[in-house]
Design a binder for this molecule. Structure first.
Ligand code: GLU
Ligand code: ZN
Length: 475
C-alpha cells in the first residue's frame, strides 16, 4: 500500500519553523514513495483557531513548495479536512464507545474537581491529581452538562514500536480516565486525531516527540474502536541555541519571517531537515535531492539546536549556486525586494543579466535587491564618500570625453569596452584604473560594484553613456 502521511496543524498562529520540519519529513516520505500527503486542520479549539491563521499556514506551505494532495482548497475523498466540520462523525463514534462501555459521561463539575484537587494538595503538595473515577460506574444519565471520559483499562500495558524511538511501553494504570469530549461537545485532540487518522487511512503518523506521551492514549482509543493503529514516528525537537524551547527570542520562528527576510525556501527546508535527518557529511541539498535521499533509517532521535549563523550559511550557498537557485527563480524571488525599494520591475532579461554579477555576495534576496539597486534607479543613489574619494571635476570632465568616444563604437560587450577604455586611457597617459574608478562612481554611485565592463553591458549603451555624461553634475 502506498503510504499516506499527514500534517495536522492547529491554526492558532503562523506556521512554526518546528512545524515546518515535521511537515517536511511527512511530505518527503510521501513524495519519495509516490504516497499521499494530507493536510488536516485541527481547529476544534474555536477560541484559538482563526481562518487568517489557516490562510497563513497554507501560504507558508505554498512558499516552501510543499504541496498537499488532500486537504483545504484541494479537497479529496476523505474530507472534510477541517475538524470543526467533522463533529457529527466524532459524535457518532463517541456514542458507540459509550454504549460499549469504553467511555462514560462524567458530570463532575469544575468546582467539585477543583475542590478534590485542593484537598489532595493539602494532604500531599507534590502529588499529581488524577481524576478519581467518580462517574465511572454511574448508571443514570441525567440531562446535565458533562464531559465524556475514556474508561482506561486498569491493568496491562500499551506498547508500540516507534520508528525513531524504538519500543515504548506504558502501564495502563498510569493512564487516568482522560477526557474525550468537552462540555461544549467539542472533541479533544486525542480523540479527534485518532478518529481522523483512521478515517483518512493514514499509514504513518510522524510528529514531534512532545506528542509521544499522547500516543498510548491514542492507541487505547484505537483498540476500543476496534481499529488497527497506524505506525508512529516521533521526531526530535528543534531547540534554541541554549537547548530551550525555540522561541522568538532566539530567531524567527514563523516560516513567513524567513520569506520576509529574503531567504530562499529551499534553504529553509535544507536547514530544518537536519533536525532529525542527515546523509553522511553532506550539508547542502536541493529539494529534489532531499526527496530522493530521505529515508526513515537515517532519522535519529537527538534534539538539535537552532544556529542562526549556520542557517545563514546554508541560505548563502543556495543563493550562490545556480544549480540550487536557477537564474529565473532568483529573478522572480528578488522582484518583491526591488519593489520594496520602490523600483519598478525591470524587464526579466535585464534582471537575469545583472544577477550573476551580484549573486556571489548577496546573502539574502534583500541584500541582492540592495546590490542591484543602482541598475534600476535613475539616477543611481550616490555614495558621497565614494564620490569624494574617487571623482573630482577633472575626472568627471574626462568621463564626458570618454562617453563621446564610446558613443561612436560598434560593439557593446565587455571585451570591446575594456579594449576601448584601455586604448583611450593609454593615449592620454593614464592608467585604466584612473579612469575606471571615477567611471564606477558615475555609473553605479558606489565604490564597489560588479566588474565595470559587465555593469556597462547590463546597463546598455544608452544608459551607460547618459550616466557618464552626467558625471560633472555629481561633483
Ligand atoms: N494539532 C496537533 C498539533 O499541532 C497535531 C499533533 C499530531 O500531529 O498528532 O500539535
Ligand atoms: Zn465525574
Amino acid at each position: 500500500m502506498k503510504p499516506r502521511l499527514r500534517f495536522a496543524p492547529s491554526p492558532s498562529g503562523y506556521l512554526h519553523i518546528g512545524g515546518a520540519r515535521t511537515a517536511l519529513f511527512n511530505w518527503l516520505w510521501a513524495k519519495s514513495q509516490g504516497g499521499v500527503f494530507v493536510l488536516r486542520v485541527e481547529d476544534t479549539d474555536q477560541e484559538r483557531s482563526s481562518i487568517e491563521s489557516v490562510r497563513a499556514i497554507l501560504d507558508a506551505f505554498v512558499w516552501l513548495g510543499m504541496d498537499w494532495d488532500e486537504g483545504p482548497e484541494v479537497g479529496g475523498p476523505h474530507g472534510p479536512y477541517f475538524q470543526s466540520e467533522r463533529k457529527a462523525i466524532y459524535r457518532e463514534l463517541v456514542e458507540g464507545l459509550i454504549s460499549k462501555g469504553h467511555a462514560y459521561r462524567c458530570y463532575c463539575t469544575k468546582e467539585e474537581l477543583d475542590r478534590a484537587r485542593e484537598e489532595l494538595k493539602q494532604r500531599n503538595p507534590k502529588a499529581q491529581f488524577v481524576y478519581p473515577g467518580t462517574c465511572r460506574n454511574r448508571t443514570d444519565q441525567p440531562d446535565l452538562p458533562h464531559v465524556v471520559r475514556f474508561k482506561s483499562p486498569r491493568d496491562g500495558v500499551t506498547e508500540f514500536v516507534d520508528k525513531v524511538f524504538g519500543p515504548i511501553s506504558t502501564p495502563n494504570a498510569a493512564q487516568q480516565d482522560f477526557v474525550l469530549v468537552r462540555t461544549d461537545g467539542y472533541p479533544l485532540y486525542n480523540l479527534a486525531a485518532t478518529i481522523d487518522d483512521h478515517l483518512m487511512d493514514i499509514t504513518l503518523v510522524a510528529r514531534a516527540r512532545d506528542h509521544i506521551g499522547n500516543t498510548p492514549q491514542q492507541l487505547l482509543i484505537y483498540r476500543a474502536l476496534g481499529w488497527d493503529p497506524p505506525e508512529f514516528a516521533h521526531l526530535p525537537m528543534m531547540l534554541s541555541p541554549k537547548g530551550e524551547k525555540l522561541s522568538k527570542r532566539h530567531t524567527s520562528v514563523s516560516v513567513q519571517d524567513y520569506r520576509d527576510r529574503g531567504y530562499p525556501a529551499a534553504a529553509v527546508l535544507n536547514y530544518i531537515v537536519r533536525f532529525g535527518w542527515s546523509s553522511g557529511d553532506q550539508e547542502i541539498f536541493s529539494r529534489d535531492e532531499l526527496v530522493r535521499l530521505f529515508s526513515w533509517d537515517r532519522v535519529n532521535k537527538s534534539d538539535g539546536k537552532f544556529d542562526d549563523k549556520k542557517f545563514a550559511d546554508v541560505a548563502f550557498e543556495h543563493l550562490k549556486r545556480a544549480e540550487l537557485t536557477p537564474l529565473e527563480e532568483y529573478a522572480k524571488n528578488v522582484q518583491p525586494f526591488l519593489a520594496e525599494r520602490g523600483l519598478t520591475a525591470p524587464g526579466p532579461r535585464t534582471l537575469a543579466a545583472a544577477i550573476p554579477g551580484i549573486r556571489e555576495r548577496a546573502r539574502t534576496y534583500r541584500d541582492a535587491a540592495a546590490d542591484l539597486d543602482f541598475y534600476f534607479r535613475e539616477p543611481p543613489e550616490l555614495d558621497v564618500k565614494a564620490r569624494d574619494k574617487l571623482l573630482n571635476a577633472e575626472g568627471a570632465a574626462r568621463l564626458v570625453e570618454l562617453a563621446e568616444t564610446l558613443a561612436g563604437r560598434e560593439g557593446w560587450n565587455a571585451t570591446d569596452l575594456e579594449a576601448a577604455v584601455r586604448e583611450w586611457s593609454e593615449a592620454r597617459g593614464l592608467a585604466v584604473k584612473d579612469v575606471a574608478q571615477p567611471a564606477r562612481v558615475a555609473l553605479t554611485g558606489r565604490s564597489a560594484s560588479p566588474p565595470l565592463f559587465e555593469v556597462m553591458v547590463v546597463l546598455g549603451k544608452e544608459r551607460s553613456l547618459a550616466r557618464l555624461r552626467r558625471a560633472p553634475s555629481l561633483v
